[in-house]
Design a protein around this ligand. Structure first.
Ligand code: ZN
Length: 450
C-alpha cells in the first residue's frame, strides 16, 4: 500500500497571476496526514481556509476558481496538477492574493521546485477512487465527452480540436503519472489571437503575456485582423506567412495544446480529494465539464446506495407507482442517481400502447421526481408524516423513446431548497444517452393535510 505524502520543508513561489496581472506570493507548508490540500488566503484580516475540493468550486470560466464565504482563489489548476502528479496528499498553500502566479504558463516550475525541496512519506495510507465500472459524462450543450474506465493505474487520453493554424485535431495519451514531468509538465497555457480581444473585454488574462502563454494564429486571421489586435495591445506582433504562433514562440511539443489540456484536466480532477485509479478519456473537455465529471465520479463512488426496500422506508410511493428500483449513487443533500429497469410487465405498457410499448414521458419525469423525493427525504426528519408533490415544471424535454428492456438511469441534482420547496434539475439516460431532461420544483407537505 502507498503512504500519504507531504513536502519536507516550506517552499515559496512569486509572480503575477494570469488573469489578475497582480503579483502574488505562495508559501507551501507541510500538513499532517488526512488533511488534504488546503489554501489559505493570508492577505485578509481573518484568514480564510479553502479546501481544494469540488464542492468549493465557484467558477470555471477560463480557469478553475475555488472559494468560501465570498473569498476566492482563481486559476488553481496548474499548481494542483503538479501536486497530483507528485502524489502529494497533504499541504497548506498560503497565498496573499486571488490567484497563484502563472510562472511560465505550465506546471513545470511548480513540479521541479517542489520535487527538489523533497517529499516526506507519512504513516497513513493513501485512499483512492478505484474505478470498477465505466462512468460516462456527456455535456448536453456541446459534443464534449468524458469517460473513465477501470485500469490498473491512472492514465489519460485526450482528444482536442482547435481551429489554430497547423494544430486542428490532436490526441495524446499519458500512460502513467511517472511520465508527467517529461510529457505534460512543460505544456503551456494557450489561446488564439482572436480570443485576446474577448479576454480583454471580460477583463481576463491581464497578466497574460508572450512569456506565459502561447498565442496561436488561425488560418483565417488576415493581416487586417492582426493589426487591429496590435493596436488593441499597443504593441507589434512578429509573424510571417509560415508562423502559427505570434512572436516566434516555438512550441515545446508539436502537440502542446492537447498536452496542456491533460495538465488542466488532472488539476481539475485532483479536486476529488483522492487520487484516481482508472483510465480517463476526454473528448474536448474544459474546466466546466472536467468539474462536472469529477462530481459524477464522486457520486458513482459514494456509499449513497439503497435497494428497493430501503427506498420504501424513505419515500411513500408504492407499486405499481414506485418508479425507481435502486439508488446507485449520489451525494447526501446534493444529488442522487437512481435506476429503473423498464420491463414488459410495467403496468403502463398495457395501454401505452398495445403492441407498441413506450414509457410515457411524464412517467420518466415522475421517476425523476421520486428520485428527488428520496434525496430530499434522506435529509429531513419525520418523513413518515410527509410527502413531496411536484409543484412546477419549469422545462422538460423528451428526446428518445424508452421501451421495455431499457435500464433507465435518473440523475437529479438539487439546485436549491427554500421553505420546503426544492428546485431540481434531472436527466434521464439509457445506454449513456440522454433520453429526457427536466427542471422542476417539488414541495414537501404533510401527509394528511393537503
Ligand atoms: Zn491551463
Amino acid at each position: 500500500m502507498d503512504k500519504q505524502k507531504t513536502i519536507s520543508s516550506e517552499i515559496s513561489f512569486s509572480g503575477i497571476g494570469l488573469h489578475t496581472g497582480e503579483k502574488s506570493n505562495l508559501t507551501l507548508k507541510p500538513l499532517k496526514e488526512n488533511s488534504g490540500i488546503i489554501f489559505k488566503r493570508v492577505d485578509i484580516d481573518e484568514p480564510v481556509y479553502i479546501e481544494a475540493l469540488l464542492e468549493n468550486v465557484v467558477s470555471t470560466n477560463r480557469g478553475t476558481a475555488i472559494g468560501k464565504k465570498n473569498v476566492k482563489i482563481y486559476t488553481v489548476e496548474h499548481l494542483l496538477s503538479a501536486l497530483y502528479a507528485l502524489e502529494i496528499d497533504n499541504l497548506l498553500i498560503e497565498i496573499d492574493n486571488i490567484e497563484p502566479p502563472i510562472l511560465d504558463g505550465s506546471s513545470k516550475i511548480f513540479f521541479n521546485n517542489i520535487l527538489n525541496g523533497g517529499l516526506t512519506e507519512q504513516l497513513a495510507e493513501r485512499e483512492y477512487y478505484k474505478i470498477s465500472e465505466p462512468i460516462h459524462y456527456y455535456d448536453e450543450n456541446s459534443d464534449i465527452v468524458l469517460k473513465i474506465l477501470p485500469s490498473k493505474e491512472f492514465s489519460v487520453t485526450f482528444e482536442s480540436d482547435f481551429p489554430f493554424k497547423d494544430i486542428g485535431k490532436q490526441k495524446f495519451t499519458l500512460n502513467s503519472l511517472s511520465e508527467y514531468i517529461k510529457e505534460i509538465s512543460s505544456a503551456r497555457t494557450f489561446c488564439s489571437l482572436d480570443e485576446i480581444s474577448y479576454l480583454k473585454k471580460d477583463n481576463l488574462a491581464k497578466g497574460g503575456s508572450l512569456d506565459n502563454a502561447v498565442i496561436f494564429l488561425s488560418e483565417k486571421n488576415t493581416k487586417d485582423d492582426i493589426s487591429k489586435i496590435e493596436e488593441y495591445l499597443g504593441r507589434n506582433l512578429i509573424y510571417d506567412d509560415s508562423s502559427n504562433t505570434v512572436n516566434n514562440t516555438e512550441l515545446r511539443y508539436s502537440d502542446e495544446p492537447v498536452r496542456h489540456k491533460i495538465l488542466d484536466l488532472i488539476g481539475d480532477l485532483s479536486l476529488l480529494g483522492k487520487p484516481i485509479i482508472g483510465h480517463i478519456h476526454s473528448y474536448k473537455s474544459g474546466h466546466k465539464s472536467n468539474v462536472e465529471f469529477g462530481k459524477l465520479i464522486k457520486e458513482m463512488n459514494s456509499n449513497f446506495k439503497f435497494n428497493k426496500e430501503e427506498i420504501k422506508t424513505i419515500i411513500p410511493h408504492r407499486e405499481p407507482f414506485l418508479l425507481i428500483d435502486e439508488i446507485i449513487g449520489g451525494i447526501k443533500g446534493s444529488s442522487v442517481i437512481a435506476k429503473k429497469n423498464v420491463v414488459n410487465s410495467d403496468y403502463f405498457f398495457e395501454g401505452h400502447f398495445p403492441n407498441n410499448p413506450i414509457m410515457p414521458g411524464v412517467l420518466i419525469l415522475e421517476s425523476m421526481a421520486q428520485a428527488s423525493c428520496f434525496l430530499s427525504f434522506n435529509n429531513v426528519d419525520n418523513t413518515d408524516q410527509k410527502m413531496m408533490l411536484l409543484s412546477v415544471i419549469n422545462s422538460s424535454k423528451f428526446i428518445k423513446k424508452v421501451i421495455p428492456g431499457d435500464e433507465l438511469i435518473l440523475r437529479v441534482k438539487l439546485i436549491k431548497i427554500r421553505l420546503g420547496t426544492a428546485n431540481m434539475e434531472g436527466i434521464a439516460m439509457v445506454n449513456n444517452k440522454i433520453v429526457a431532461k427536466a427542471n422542476f420544483m417539488a414541495t414537501i407537505v404533510d401527509r394528511n393535510n393537503e
